[in-house]
Design a protein around this ligand. Structure first.
Ligand code: SAH
Length: 268
């Protein structure tokens, strides 16, 4: 592959070049003529091309790099159902006019992959405009997303992701499948929105805050940070039936959601 320009590390550019992997990713989307698709970070359009071949109703390809967006417009000029959007995905994620029931693909720019996922979870409207997210992460990041409590990978990212999404691991992808070759392997995950969430919040930022404060000191017991959040209100502790001598990784996902619900009740 001959790049059009020097690869931009700042934009997390690692292009997928393995056709077999590209086809395996596309298969997961079950694309047909009734579906609309979004691709985050289309690059040189390797994945885009495979999506186009499945003939979905509409494709929105988001690409922040101006030169690549220009290249993509030329490459796909004959496909009327494909729209190239030269914007930063983080600036447009809350927009309402994408359509509904979208299938979202993204071989994400690694430097902002968790930020993109967090924005897709924290959307104001729920259920969201997408039906499924099919996203590639660095393997370490995927492991953190998938982590269960009582493990050292368990983190805010697992708590936030499991709050609104069903997560599925599909397969690992060798670094050899990318150009330029990254230092580490990747993992493909998919996510489906949970529709009836028993821990619904008016403002998802409350869960962000609760997890940020409680995970700020992984090795320590949560009592100090918990009291910081709730200003020593003893009743809350009783309501939650929580042991403040635990460390954050010893709390279940559900406990974090319950804490956030209580926090929202008190302070919003
Ligand atoms: N999907 C392509 C490219 C993956 S590399 C492939 O698999 O070959 C990630 C792409 O995301 C790059 O093209 C990069 O320019 C683009 N990108 C980086 N940050 C972005 C952002 N904030 N919004 C949209 N696209 C972005």
């Amino acid at each position: 592959m001959k790049p059009l320009q020097k690869v931009k590390k700042s934009l997390g550019q690692n292009f997928l070049i393995d056709k077999n992997i590209i086809n395996k990713i596309i298969e997961i989307g079950n694309i047909n003529k009734n579906k609309s698709v979004m691709e985050i970070g289309a690059g040189y359009g390797n994945l885009t091309k495979a999506i186009v071949c499945m003939e979905p109703k509409k494709i929105l390809a988001i690409e922040k790099d101006k030169k690549l967006a220009f290249f993509l417009r030329k490459k796909f000029k004959n496909y009327k159902n494909l729209k190239i959007i030269n914007r930063d995905i983080l600036d447009i994620i809350e927009e309402k006019n994408f359509g509904q029931n979208m299938v979202v693909f993204g071989n994400l720019p690694y430097n902002i992959s968790t930020k993109i996922l967090a924005s897709l979870i924290m959307l104001k409207n729920w259920p969201p405009w997408y039906d499924v997210l099919i996203l590639m992460f660095q393997k370490e990041v995927a492991d953190r997303i998938l982590a269960k409590m009582q493990t050292k990978e368990f983190s805010r990212l697992s708590v936030l992701s499991n709050w609104r999404l069903e997560i599925k691991k599909h397969f690992n992808v060798s670094k050899n499948c990318f150009f330029p070759r990254p230092k580490i392997n990747s993992t493909l995950l998919s996510f489906k929105p949970k529709r009836n969430n028993p821990f619904d919040l008016k403002n998802p930022k409350n869960l962000e805050k609760v997890t940020r404060v409680l995970f700020s000191n992984r090795r320590k017991m949560i009592n100090k940070n918990f009291n910081k959040l709730f200003e020593k209100k003893k009743s809350i502790m009783k309501n939650l039936n929580i042991d403040l001598n635990k460390r954050p990784e010893e709390l279940s996902n559900e406990m974090f959601y319950k804490i956030a619900v209580q926090y929202e009740k008190l302070f919003d």
